[in-house]
Design a binder for this molecule. Structure first.
Ligand SMILES: O=P(O)(O)OC[C@H]1O[C@H](O[C@H]2O[C@H](CO)[C@@H](O)[C@H](O)[C@H]2O)[C@H](O)[C@@H](O)[C@@H]1O
Length: 381
């Protein structure tokens, strides 16, 4: 792994045991699952009422625990520790979500004569999961692969991180970036994007004209306030890290002793109970506080396709690669109406996904990106 010098970040696999709930999360805790979509961007969250709070906290804990290893790690494979049981389960799971590498011909034969648009998640997809979120560097090889693929296909990174932070990690200019789970999009200038309020024309770091779309801009002061409260309320819990992702806040508990997870959950609950317009979602050992608006990574994909002039075209094949629960919104958008392919990155079996294919880890993601470039070059001959 080609990590930046002076940082020794160990790569972590996040086995999620299969359970009755979807992707290991009680369905009530999935993003937007209990929320009715309103006509505008704002949603109501019926479960945020006082009497349910204690129950909620224990559900939060269930969800937090569901992302921790529950079986013995026995063997090393591809830099990851996995169990023999998981290995069998993984191969069974792959029948439903076949490898995008072994299915490469199927993907490209469908993509023949079509314009491919690529959407890539960052953490766990382009960079391995590591203990310290500030050290989640992508390798130089991966950076080169992303740079090459972006020369051949319109490519966007869609991440839960702040847009500035992910740009700092990726450092490539030929891409589009959507931060804060799609709530902060810097994309190409297109007339159609102007239909959206909160969309302004701006310039990027290269002084190129771009469209900036921030549907949750009014939440900025609230998010800052909540970030400060969470930093303060969790400061005594060893290992907690609170990250300001501009339009959302991440509370990491990866490095917190499991006996203190209840305390983390309580701190978050106690802060957000004062903010009915904020909601909680779960990621990989992280609690994420975000505005209650009808916007997610799926909406960001639709928005970017529109901005690129690639929506409602039969000759376009969007491909989204991601590893997390929030990526399911994007997989769903592509699955509905057979618009494109979703590829779930996971080295362990997960529950039902809207993805079509899988890749084991960022290394395989890189192979997939390289294969796309080779295929594109060959088909141009
Ligand atoms: O949408 P993504 O690009 O996948 O971002 C989701 C969250 O990723 C980061 O946290 C995760 O990766 C960290 C580094 O490997 C890891 O330490 C943490 O446990 C993971 O949850 C990021 O720090 C979050 O802000 C993002 O929301």
């Amino acid at each position: 792994m080609d990590l930046k010098p002076n940082h020794t970040a160990s790569v972590i696999a996040d086995p999620v045991p299969l359970s009755k709930s979807r992707l290991g999360v009680p369905s009530s805790l999935l993003p937007y699952s209990s929320a009715a979509f309103s006509r505008n961007l704002f949603l109501t969250v019926p479960w945020k009422t006082g009497i349910l709070d204690d129950v909620r906290t224990s559900s939060w804990l269930d969800a937090m625990k569901s992302s921790s290893p529950s079986y013995k790690k026995t063997r090393c494979f591809n830099n990851e520790l996995i169990s023999a049981d998981t290995d069998v389960a993984y191969h069974t799971w792959m029948v439903k979500y076949p490898s995008a590498l072994t299915s490469f011909e199927q993907i490209t034969s469908f993509g023949k004569g079509k314009r491919i648009a690529l959407f890539l998640d960052y953490d766990g997809t382009l960079s391995p999961i590591v203990d310290n979120p500030d050290c989640a560097f992508m390798s130089n090889d991966m950076r080169a692969a992303v740079a090459k693929v972006a020369k051949h296909f319109p490519t966007a990174i869609i991440t839960g991180r702040s847009r500035d932070k992910v740009y700092e990690f990726v450092g490539l200019t030929d891409l589009y970036y959507a931060g804060s789970h799609g709530m902060d999009i810097m994309g190409p200038v297109r007339q159609s994007s102007n239909d959206h309020s909160n969309c302004i024309t701006s310039t990027d770091k290269q002084r190129k004209e771009v469209n900036l779309f921030q549907p949750a801009s009014e939440f900025l002061p609230m998010i800052d306030e909540v970030f400060n409260s969470l930093v303060n309320s969790t400061k005594e819990i060893k290992g907690t890290k609170v990250e300001n992702n501009k339009f959302c806040v991440s509370v990491h508990y990866r490095n917190v002793d499991e006996k203190d997870w209840t305390t983390v959950a309580k701190c978050v609950r106690d802060v957000i109970r004062n903010y009915p317009r904020l909601q909680l979602t779960h990621g990989r050992k992280v609690l994420e506080v975000r505005p209650v608006i009808n916007w997610d990574k799926g909406r960001a994909v639709t928005f970017l396709l529109e901005s690129l002039g690639l929506s409602n075209c039969d000759d376009v094949l969007p491909i989204y690669v991601g590893d997390d629960r929030t990526d399911e919104d994007a997989f769903k958008v592509l699955r509905e109406g057979n618009r494109g392919y979703g590829i779930l990155v996971s080295s362990v079996p997960k529950e039902e996904s809207n993805a079509d294919f899988s890749l084991r880890d960022p290394q395989e993601v890189m192979e997939f990106l390289k294969s796309l470039v080779i295929w594109k070059k060959k088909s141009a001959l």
